[in-house]
Design a protein around this ligand. Structure first.
Ligand code: F0G
Length: 401
């Protein structure tokens, strides 16, 4: 048995081919395998290879992602996103993935597993990015795609993508958490393969965000990795990635994780403040629709990730995250609102002295600027309409606008 599923609560093991998302005890499942025997040098050599799976920023790390026959891999390819340095902070831009968000890194692995277990239909609940990614990868794998989205709560770019790639879009009258409960029930009753981040194969793919950013830095870890936190899949994946990187000897120092939530969608922050004595569930509201989530499914894994990395959770207001978004946009980088919680979080944590000025920081930008055009147009400077006449141009420029 080279890989298996293991409960993070009671350690019960299941075969890797089992279609199940939680343990008999209700705990979350993780993929386990012989990761610590893998050497990192092979990953570096693949960066100059022309083979499609080597060009994928996920499958380049395949020995530590999933033991699968190469012919079964469903890859665009994805990953290989850029890292930008601005004002002394590094930004790893996961919005540069094929469908414009980090979700593609998890989706390539979950879709590969869906094919491997013979699934006919795949489903997710989503605030928009998972659904866009699922729709694209299902189209490539020729599987039926069904997405559950909260009515009226998904940004236009994400909805348009999901429809364009041909998914059946079920608009659920309720919030994301209601859609999540419904898709869980649907996957259990109707035998549809679920690819939300409760699916442990998603987490295996998303680990590579961290490995690729470490590789970008020649395996010299930063002091902090800062990530937006919603359903907590990414926070969980980052923790697992760092533990495995340390255990395999790829890094000799553990960066600290900083998971950032919006104040109106902060159940994880509330638990952190109480040293995780209690799991909070709230009714969420924030301008950052991607992370408008009140009952995150990967809570237990995220707590473990925070503990293993001496991590912290911070919350930021909608005003602070939108102001950070404007600044990231004006750096010429651009991102969607949820991604900007990172910079807003860094500012708050620097002001409170938790992050020191000299420390090296990587902010992970999770989604592309075009995902949420309404959020831009609502806050942008007004446009100026003019006659097609040079004097009109001169007048406007002279007016100092
Ligand atoms: N940033 C973006 C752009 C997202 O789309 C999400 C989650 C997150 C951050 C939070 O990541 O859930 O792993 O903590 N979007 C999901 C979706 C919920 O349906 O697209 P997380």
């Amino acid at each position: 048995m080279s890989e298996w599923l293991e409960c993070v609560s009671c350690a019960r093991k299941y075969p890797i081919s089992d279609v199940r998302y939680t343990c008999e005890c209700g705990g979350l499942l993780a993929v386990r395998g012989p990761r610590s025997a893998v050497r990192r040098e092979g990953f570096d050599e693949r960066r100059s290879s022309r083979k499609t799976i080597d060009q994928s920023g996920v499958w380049r790390f395949r020995e530590a992602v999933l033991d699968v026959d190469e012919s079964q891999i469903v890859t665009h390819p994805e990953g290989n996103t850029r890292m930008y340095e601005r004002d002394g902070i590094l930004f790893k831009h996961e919005g540069e993935n094929p469908t414009g968000s980090f979700k593609d890194r998890g989706m390539t692995v979950a879709m590969t597993q869906a094919v491997r277990v013979g699934a006919r239909a795949v489903a997710c609940a989503s605030t928009g990015n998972t659904s866009a990614s699922l729709a694209a990868y299902a189209a490539q794998a020729k599987l039926r795609a069904i997405v559950f989205v909260p009515t009226g709560k998904v940004a236009a770019g994400k909805l348009a993508q999901t429809l364009a790639y041909g998914a059946l879009c079920l608009q659920v009258r309720g919030d994301f958490d209601a859609a999540m409960r419904l898709v869980l029930e649907a996957s259990q009753r109707l035998g549809i393969y679920l690819v939300n981040s409760i699916n442990p194969f998603r987490i295996e793919g998303q680990k590579t965000i961290v490995w690729e950013l470490l590789q970008d830095l020649d395996w010299n870890p930063p002091d902090w990795i800062v990530v937006p936190a919603g359903n907590l899949g990414n926070t969980s994946a980052f923790g697992k990635a760092l533990i495995e990187a340390r255990d395999a000897g790829w890094i000799s120092k553990m960066p600290r994780l900083a998971a950032i939530q919006a104040c109106g969608a902060n159940p994880f922050y509330r638990s952190f403040k109480e040293d995780f004595a209690k799991r909070h569930r709230i009714s969420a509201e924030t301008v950052a629709s991607a992370i408008r989530i009140g009952d995150p499914v990967s809570y237990d894994k995220a707590v473990a990730a925070l503990r293993a990395t001496n991590g912290i959770v911070e919350e930021v207001t909608d005003d602070a995250l939108m102001s950070a978004k404007r600044d990231i946009d004006r750096m010429g980088i651009g991102c969607e609102p949820a991604s900007a919680t990172t910079l807003a979080g860094v500012r708050k944590l620097r002001a409170s002295g938790v992050i020191r000025k000299s420390e090296r920081i990587v902010c992970v930008l999770t989604g592309h600027v075009l995902k949420d055009p309404e959020a831009i147009l609502k806050n942008a400077d007004p446009m100026v309409e003019i006659e097609p006449d040079i004097s009109a141009v001169e007048r406007i420029l002279a007016s100092g606008i």
